[in-house]
Design a protein around this ligand. Structure first.
Ligand SMILES: *Cc1c(COP(=O)(O)O)cnc(C)c1O
Length: 227
């Protein structure tokens, strides 16, 4: 990444690298509104944030045809603030959270909020998400079927944080297989359930090789974050 690169040129490079049909979520967390605007002017419309306050503040300051994707860990008590603005919530990791999204969407008369279920596949013990077995058990139990104001659209994961590309590829492949199983068992007749959100700056090309439909790329577009 040379100093002469701009958000516009880096965005174009990432877009050019993506296979047809893979959606790019430009992760703008910790970058200013001006940076988002530059990407917007270059045609980008899907942005990802991981803090509720930051997402709602940026959404208020930027054009209304932006799709805002919430990609971070979401606390139940922040759902109310997020639901009016968000397009998709990527990291739903409990039935309790799903229920609260449903409840808050109903409360404001929003027909439904698109959600992905987060799968814990990485080696790290601290990551959020359903284990593959817990995911199947939750879907099997069936309480989600009564939630009319959430629309389950697929799965999300983070690969193990490692330089070992074979380990990363194995994680993505495991989630691709899980997706096929879950789709066949619970969503065979539900066209909405088809998204796989996996891949970040360092591993999005690997994710593309393993069937991802949405990549969440921040650093490769906006540069390093200053926390
Ligand atoms: C920050 C973040 C990203 C983007 O990471 P980069 O390495 O900057 O591309 C993707 N997914 C999640 C869940 C994130 O929190």
């Amino acid at each position: 990444m040379s100093a002469a690169d701009t958000i516009t040129t880096r965005l174009a490079a990432v877009r050019d690298a993506l296979p047809e049909g893979v959606k790019l979520i430009a992760v703008s967390k910790f970058h200013p509104v001006e940076a988002v605007h530059e990407a917007y002017d270059a045609g980008q419309r899907r942005f990802g944030e991981s803090h509720v306050q930051e997402l709602t503040t940026k959404a208020a300051a930027l054009p209304s045809d932006i799709e805002w994707h919430f990609i971070g860990h979401l606390q139940t008590n922040k759902v109310k603030q997020l639901v009016p603005t968000v397009t998709m919530i990527h990291a739903v990791d409990s039935l309790r959270l799903l229920r609260e999204i449903d409840r808050q969407a109903a409360r404001i008369g929003r027909q439904s909020v698109d959600c992905l279920l987060e799968v814990h596949i990485a080696e790290e013990a601290t990551k959020y998400g359903f284990s593959p077995q817990d995911l199947i058990d939750m879907l099997d139990e069936g309480a989600w079927r009564a939630m009319e104001h959430v629309r389950l659209c697929g799965l999300m994961c983070m690969a193990t944080n490692t330089d070992d590309s074979s380990r990363i590829a194995a994680d993505f492949e495991a989630v691709r297989r899980l997706m096929a199983e879950v789709k066949a068992r619970f969503f065979a007749r539900d066209d909405a359930f088809h998204e796989l959100s996996m891949g970040m700056s360092h591993d999005y090309l690997t994710a593309c090789a393993h069937g991802t439909t949405m990549v969440r790329v921040g650093t490769s577009i906006f540069g390093e974050r200053v926390y």
